[in-house]
Structures are given as C-alpha cells and as structure tokens.
Design a protein around this ligand. Structure first.
Ligand code: C5P
Length: 231
C-alpha cells in the first residue's frame, strides 16, 4: 500500500524536505514536490530525491499554449519524475502534444477542477455551466482522449470516473483525512480506508503527515488504514 500513498512535501527548503524524508523512514515510497518546494530548491533536487530511492510526483500544474506546454513537459520528464501534471482546461491539443512529448516513463496526469473550486466559483466566476462533477468528467474524458494516464480528482468523483472511463484510467486523489483529523481547507474528504475501498489509485496526503508531531507514526497509521480499505 505504501507505493499508493503520495506524501506532499509542502515545505520550502531542501533542509526541511530532507529532514521530513528522514523522519518518515523506510515506509515512505512516493513524494509530491509542489511549486513551493520546486521553486525554492530547483530541478537538481528531484535527482536527490530519486537517489534516495523515492518516486517523485512533480506537481507543477502546467498550463500554456500547446507548444510551450509540450516543451515544458519534455524538460520536466527528463528530470526523471515518475508523475507530472498539467491543467485539462488547456484543451485537447495541449494535452495531446504534452503527452507525446514525454521523454521518459512518466505518468502524465490531468488536473480537472481544483478541489477549491465549488459550484458557485464554477458557474459564476469561471462561467462553466453544470455541476462540478460534470465538469470533472468532461475534462477527464478529454484527458483520456489525449492519451493521459489519468487525472487528479476528489475521492468523491472516483466511482463515476472509473465507471465512465474504465478501471485502468488512474485517479490521484487529494482530500484525504484520517478519521478525526481537521479537514482544513479541503472541502469534501474521505478517510484513507474509504478512498482505497472506492478504488482511488493514489492518495495524496500532506498536512496530516507533515504537520504531525510524529510524522512517521502518522504515515504508518495511514498505510494501515489503507490496508483495511483493501479487504
Ligand atoms: O495538506 P493536504 O493533505 O490538504 O495536501 C494536499 C496536497 O494536494 C497539497 O499539496 C495540494 O496542493 C494538492 N492538491 C489538492 N487539490 C488538488 C490538486 C492538488 O489538494 N485538486
């Protein structure tokens, strides 16, 4: 189960990130490097994490015209990341060209609607009609058509996406909180056990682990809870 748990290293220096990796111990298998850490440490830090035997999801959410996005994804895939992402709202051509530009064995994942986008933001600010779930499904269908490996979505959308797009299409889900944890700014959450039980492929968890006094204990408890969801 530990290779299906992606720990978000939402920290802003090499020293803090390496300290967290050390504290998390041997059960840590997959980490997420977001904009904050990448912009403060630079591309070489990805190689340092790979040298420690970790898998790396580089969460930079690329979004630009097809040519620029394609060239960015080519460069990022050369860093040896195991997972990369881009915004589905860039459209089919952008996603297709980016997918064809991958230069390594990297999973390219589409960001559908951000989990901070609710019904009102979607309809009134972004001008997209319909429900958030419909929009997520639309973006995920386009991502599949473009050749992407899967999408980032809420755990609450996994069942419908798997039903419509097939079990092989990967779902990566933030919005995971162990029972009793503060949900912070995540809107609709599931426990690790529930997220595994409904078929999420990768769980992304940040603050419940990184913000814990006992990071290793928090990580191990989440892995145990994921195991329970498998049964
Ligand atoms: O601390 P927490 O567990 O909420 O962290 C979730 C991580 O997943 C953060 O790094 C956040 O940026 C990321 N994420 C998200 N929702 C998305 C895409 C990424 O929460 N739709």
């Amino acid at each position: 189960m530990n290779n299906r748990l992606i720990v978000a290293l939402d920290l802003n220096s090499k020293a803090e990130a390496l300290q967290a990796v050390k504290e998390l111990g041997p059960k840590l298998s997959f980490v997420k490097v977001g904009m904050e850490l990448f912009y403060s440490t630079g591309p070489d830090f990805i190689a340092s994490l790979k040298d420690l035997g970790l898998k790396v999801f580089l969460d930079l959410k690329v979004h630009d015209i097809p040519n620029t996005a394609k060239r960015a994804i080519a460069v990022l895939s050369r860093l040896g990341c195991d997972m990369l992402n881009l915004h589905c709202s860039g459209g089919l051509t952008m996603m297709r060209q980016a997918s064809e530009a991958l230069e390594a064995d990297t999973l390219l994942i589409g960001v559908t609607q951000l989990t901070s986008t609710d019904q009102e933001v979607l309809n009134k600010q972004l001008g997209i009609p319909g429900t958030v779930e419909d929009s997520v499904l639309n973006y995920a269908s386009l991502a599949k058509e473009a050749g992407l490996a899967g999408v980032v979505c809420s755990p609450h959308e996994v069942v419908r996406l798997k039903k419509e797009l097939g079990p092989e299409f990967i779902t990566v889900t933030p919005g995971v909180r162990p029972a009793g944890n503060d949900i912070q700014d995540q809107k609709r959450v599931m426990t690790p056990r529930e997220a595994i039980a409904i078929g999420s492929d990768y769980l992304v968890v940040g603050r419940p682990i990184i913000g814990s006094e006992d990071r290793r204990g928090a990580l191990e408890k989440i892995i145990e809870d994921m195991e329970a969801g498998k049964r």
